[in-house]
Design a protein around this ligand. Sequence first.
Ligand code: MN
Length: 285
Amino acid sequence: MKRLRRILRNIPQHWVGDGFPVRSLFSYGGGNAFDPFLLLDYAGPHPFEPASAPRGVEEHPHRGFETVTIVYQGELAHRDSSGSHGTIGAGDVQWMTAASGVVHEEFHSERFTRDGGTLEMVQLWVNLPARDKRAAPGYQSLLDADIPRVSLADGSGTVRVIAGEFQETPGAARTFTPINVWDIQLDASRSVELPLPEGHTSLIVVQSGSVQLDGTRVSAVEVADLTREGHLVSLLAESPTRLLVLTGEPIGEPIAGHGPFVMNTPDEIQQAIQDYREGRLGRLS
Ligand code: MN
């Protein structure tokens, strides 16, 4: 059984651009405790009035990792230097492999800008092992309908398998290292045992509702950081509860990060900054 190591809570909100009211639930700034995950930003739920110009984040680069955007409410639009563009609506996931480098922008979609509404989303940064940091950039557009769903025993809830595997159902995303990303809804007063891999960094984000875990209440919006040892966790939902479960095999390599670049050494960061300045990470056309 995995045990509760600590709860991350009371996380302040800040704005990313003018479109994303974000709580950084964790980040690699304090060390490598969440390896292979680097950062998790949770935005909203936040109401936006109709507007004439899309809110968001202007053109910026990434190198050395992947960004995973999961939209729960609202709609985003993206555009990047590889020529990819599109919208990400409720239930959809954008799995972007920056690897050797991309330049992109992230905005509210035209429709969401015009109509307004509630925005709720997360962005997860997943590290790449050194051997893949210079791989070609890539992009997986995972629509809600493409993401497999598994019903939990006794009707206690539903799991959307975004990445990895749940009870032998493979997830929608291709990953470079062993990772699970599960979007879980639990009904009230239900207990459930989730199989979490031995040795994986294991995090449970409570987005709404609350659970009892290892004799402790974990409420929205808090993160339960579990031991790597053990292969199960037992939860009791105290109310209808939405969870994001993240597990990953630690990569175990040094991290050097600066803003949108995450590499292994400071020299590689200097190279990334220079490559971006000189246009080698691509440009938005
Ligand atoms: Mn970005």
